[in-house]
Design a protein around this ligand. Structure first.
Ligand code: AMP
Ligand code: MG
Length: 502
């Protein structure tokens, strides 16, 4: 086993000038022993520029609109200045990638800056993604490209505003420094935020390297900070697994409802807090296909849309395998992991009932739900447009959603059952429509919308990144001036492919 080294001590780079943003830091992760990370400063990028900024993310740590636009802050995100109070470090982890255990991964291009304290006292870990090489970079260059950074920025803010747990993104900063991928692209850094970036793979690392004291310490750290109720349980570690399983189940149910496909559900991309983390070739489904694979390198469809629940459960087994070392109680560990099954079943029912505008639970709802999904599958109807339009169904007959359907006879059969079901609830059409429009978004981050923003940003125009963010901040509202952002992808976008390269 190799011991992490402090790269900062080995290189002779001059200390960077400090920028004081008035942020208060309390860096609890950095107080863990050295086995958990390597301290090092970000590598610098020349002549950085601001590509995008999220005011709502900045507000979480008390930054005003002007703060994120300060030249010295942009410089700090680009690694050219030190943020007062931060203690940059790269965390170590491992994980199962496409089902295969990889003994050492870690922050290969991300640096944790520390925990900024928000106005209401909560801790927000700030992380730079694309900040240069670390001891965990393996063959990588430590960089992220503008394209993937804009996608992560918009993707994570979009999910947040949909109400899906996720890491946040405060800003994207670019530089003309070339970065080699399939073609030459340019570098960018995303300033991400989360209560914690600890992953399932963080636990796996200490288990597989037989560092059981550190495994215990990490577990206690996570329980103390994020799951304190587990300390009251007879077996806190088992209780932790069960909480994580249930949170993960609820997260995946929300993804399924929104038609969100993560793309790379390796265990190192699974948050211990049950939030969406590490945006790569993610996508929202346009024309529905349950077997949709967003990552074109995922040839076997391991991470296809309809595989996400099963894979999340599998990933919990990888976490349980690591944590069982602390309890030796295999049966209780399995039971805690399998709480996922029950929680997911409840959560997915709740998600689809809400999408259908139902307030009560009926035994036949399951077949109503599977019926509509089969219909959408058979006709490849646009997922988001369909659900949004479904609120137009009147209990007495008539709706505009029928016009969307290719197989109208099949839709008519289904919608008659749906109407009959609605009658059992006695809800007013207007109330139900309003309720449905609060859970069935009008605006999602369609791939072609991100692509347009990326192409313009490559030409130095960042206005579309800002405009798209604005639209996605109100996904459930009608925004007549942005009607075109709610349409199906144009023909040119049908051939877009998402690769793992980022
Ligand atoms: P991902 O699939 O993007 O979550 O990354 C998997 C692992 O590869 C993590 O340990 C990353 O830090 C690392 N990694 C990905 N891209 C790079 C890169 N360009 N340079 C260094 N490490 C990278
Ligand atoms: Mg990752």
């Amino acid at each position: 086993m190799d011991t992490p080294v402090t790269v900062a001590q080995k290189t002779a780079a001059p200390p960077a000038a400090t920028v004081d943003l008035g942020l208060r830091f309390d860096n609890s992760f950095a107080r863990l022993p050295g086995a958990f990370y390597t301290r090092l400063p970000p590598a610098s990028l020349p002549e950085p520029y601001l590509v995008g900024v999220s005011g709502s993310a900045g507000a979480l740590i008390g930054l005003g609109a002007g703060d994120a636009r300060r030249a010295d802050f942009i410089d700090a995100i680009a690694g050219n200045r030190h943020i007062a109070g931060s203690e940059p470090l790269a965390a170590v982890y491992s994980g199962h990638q496409f089902g295969v255990y990889v003994p050492r991964l870690g922050d290969g291009r991300a640096l944790l800056l520390g925990e900024a304290i928000g106005p209401s006292g909560e801790h927000w870990e700030l992380q730079l993604k694309g900040a240069g090489k670390t001891p965990y970079s393996r063959m990588g260059d430590g960089r992220a490209v503008l394209r993937s950074s804009i996608r992560e920025f918009l993707g994570s803010e979009a999910l947040h505003h949909l109400g899906i747990p996720t890491t946040r993104a405060l800003a994207v900063v670019g530089s003309d420094q070339p970065v080699m991928r399939e073609t030459v692209e340019t570098a960018a850094v995303v300033l991400r935020m989360a209560p914690s970036f600890i992953r399932f793979g963080s636990f796996e690392y200490f288990y597989w390297t037989r560092q059981y004291d550190e495994l215990r310490q990490l577990t206690d750290y996570v329980i103390e900070r994020f799951y304190p109720q587990c300390f009251d349980a007879a077996q806190p570690t088992i209780a932790l697994i069960e909480h994580v399983a249930r949170r993960t189940a609820r997260l995946v149910a929300q993804w399924q409802g929104a038609g969100f496909c993560h793309g790379v559900l390796n265990t190192d991309n699974m948050s211990i807090l049950g939030m969406t983390i590490d945006y790569g070739p993610f996508a929202f489904i346009d024309s529905f296909d349950a077997g949709y694979i967003c990552n074109h390198s995922d040839v076997n469809g391991r991470y296809a849309y309809n595989m996400q629940p099963e894979i999340a459960h599998w990933n919990l087994y990888a976490l349980g395998q690591a944590l069982v070392a602390l309890t030796d109680d295999v049966d209780a560990t399995k039971a805690a992991i399998d709480a996922f099954i029950e929680e997911y079943a409840m959560a997915i029912d709740a998600v689809f009932r809400a999408k259908l505008g139902l307030r009560t639970e009926h035994a036949e709802d399951a077949s109503l739900i599977s019926g509509v999904i089969e219909l959408l599958q058979a006709t490849h109807t646009d997922w988001t447009i369909f659900w949004r339009a479904l609120s137009s169904v009147q209990s007495t007959g008539g709706d505009s959603v029928r016009d969307l359907m290719i197989d109208r006879a099949a839709f008519d059969t289904w919608v008659e059952r749906y109407r009959a079901r609605l009658k059992t609830e006695n809800s007013s059409d207007a109330d139900r429509a309003a309720r449905m429009n609060r859970v069935n978004p009008k605006y999602i981050l369609r791939n072609h919308l991100a692509e347009v923003a990326i192409r313009q940003a490559r030409g130095g125009d960042y206005s579309e990144v800002a405009r798209l963010l604005k639209v996605l901040e109100q996904p459930y509202d009608e925004q007549p001036e942005f009607e075109s952002y709610a349409q199906q992808p144009p023909d040119w976008a049908k051939t877009l492919e998402l690769s793992c390269s980022s």
